[in-house]
Design a protein around this ligand. Structure first.
Ligand code: GLU
Length: 448
């Protein structure tokens, strides 16, 4: 609690209506720290590489490295017990050059401003790469949702939403679920925004329940997109999915459905982990039964149809495909030399540090970057926003075929760019995205 109070005094503004957000136009990009890699230093070093490749000016580099707008909020929560607690929250809008800011809201105890800045930057590149008409944003609240009742989560979500109200909106910044948040969180956000507006505004968030204007196929969209890309990447390196094995790190919103869809596509998923441990079965895990076990116990640990392994060992299993689908920085210089997969498809945002990227490239491992591999979520978020704004709903098969078409055409585009220039898929994807954002910025010009 001391940390929370100290940080609040230093840098937060609780009343955004009093110009409580800081614009960051004068702060130059911080040099990436060679010793302590963080998601932000990783994101900035990826940007620097793309900027060098594209020959962009220093001025443009500075703008792209720095969020356009940041809001830090102190969010008080009245607990069920009657006591009150304070949580720090953020909303970072990295870029608006191509449209409203867009990105998820993360609830996790270690969320901090720099992490949210990195995640917001990656959203800008992801939206540009997939050609959805958005800039990038991200929100975070430093809270462990597992420690709270539904009533407490509702109160803290409504208070956080009301604190960021002045900078969000269906044409400004559209939140969505991320780690620790779900469609119920989005329903509370939508209601809070709507009550304050005086009318129902379904386009304010995506990832809502279908009965409130959510889209068919949104809940599983990230996992479906990961699967489309994984199958394309396996075939690209000459591996037939039905004769391939896979390991999935994370059995949450992205990993659980990705494992299920991979099995449906005849891939043998031999290993799965979550934050509590990992399980392995050389003959292939029964993902449906594993899902039942997780629903009953809260973890993959103790699943009868597999042997237990160390969570860290999941990342180095000898498999064809590895899908890191948890958090940032899990593949680093300490384990990248031992990754046993031939293809890595990033279901999480930022799971690979630049050092690990280099090591895996030297080892001939194909890494499909997050901004391409996990873009299915924001693609269907875009479809949801379009449907909500038009009040006209698409069928599930329409959503899914449009998602597949966008994922595979982005895959072809990134692959072609990478092959033509001898680049890694990450550098190609980042450069393509940065080029599109830079072009929009140049066409709009600087005001005044
Ligand atoms: N949180 C997801 C992501 O990181 C989805 C964001 C969105 O749909 O706006 O891509």
């Amino acid at each position: 609690m001391t940390d929370v109070l100290a940080a609040t005094t230093m840098s937060t503004a609780t009343d955004a209506s009093q110009a409580g957000f800081e614009t960051a136009t004068s702060s130059a990009p911080q040099p990436a720290d060679a010793h302590v890699a963080t998601p932000l230093s990783d994101a900035r070093s990826q940007l620097a590489e793309a900027v060098g490749l594209l020959g962009l000016t220093d001025g443009l580099h500075q703008m792209l490295a720095t969020p356009r707008r940041e809001l830090s909020v102190a969010v008080p929560l009245r607990m069920d017990s009657g006591e009150s607690r304070l949580y720090l929250g953020y909303r970072v809008q990295h870029n608006f050059s191509r449209g409203p800011a867009k990105g998820g809201l993360r609830y996790a105890p270690n969320v901090n401003l720099d992490e949210v800045r990195a995640l917001a930057m990656w959203m800008t590149w992801k939206c540009a790469l997939l050609d959805v008409p958005y800039g990038g944003a991200k929100g975070g609240l430093a809270i462990d949702p597992r420690e709270h009742s539904m009533a407490e989560l509702e109160r803290v979500t409504r208070r956080y939403t009301s604190e960021i109200l002045p900078i969000i909106g269906p044409e400004r910044d559209i939140p969505a679920p991320d780690i620790g948040t779900d469609e119920q969180t989005m329903a509370w956000m939508m209601d809070t925004y709507s009550v304050n507006s005086g009318y129902t505004v379904p386009g304010i968030v995506t990832g809502k329940p279908i009965s409130l204007g959510g889209s068919q196929g949104r809940a599983s969209a990230t996992s479906r997109g990961v699967t489309h890309i994984a199958l394309a990447a396996l075939r690209h390196v000459g591996l037939e999915p039905s004769r391939s094995t896979a390991a999935v790190q994370g059995f949450g919103k992205v990993g659980a459905d990705a494992a299920r869809f991979l099995v449906e596509a005849s891939v043998t998923v031999t290993g799965v982990s979550d934050q509590y441990g990992a399980v392995f079965n050389a003959a292939g895990l029964d993902i449906e039964a594993l899902g039942d076990h997780v629903r009953a116990t809260g973890s993959v640990v103790g699943f009868a149809g597999a042997e237990p392994i160390e969570g860290a060992d999941l990342l180095t299993l000898e498999v064809d495909l590895l899908v890191p689908a948890a958090v940032e920085g899990v593949l680093h210089d300490g384990n990248a030399g031992r990754v046993g997969a031939k293809v890595v498809v990033e279901g999480a945002n930022g799971p690979t540090t630049p050092a690990a990227d280099r090591i895996m490239r030297e080892r001939g491992i194909l890494v499909v970057p997050d901004i391409l591999a996990n873009a299915g979520g924001v693609i269907v978020s875009y479809f949801e926003w379009v449907q909500a704004n038009q009040a006209y709903w698409w069928r599930a098969d329409e959503v899914e075929s449009r998602l597949e078409e966008r994922m595979l055409s982005a895959w072809q585009c990134v692959l072609g760019y990478a092959v033509a220039r001898g680049l890694s898929l990450r550098t190609a994807a980042t450069a393509l995205a940065v080029e599109r954002v830079a072009e929009a910025h140049k066409l709009r010009g600087l005001y005044p």
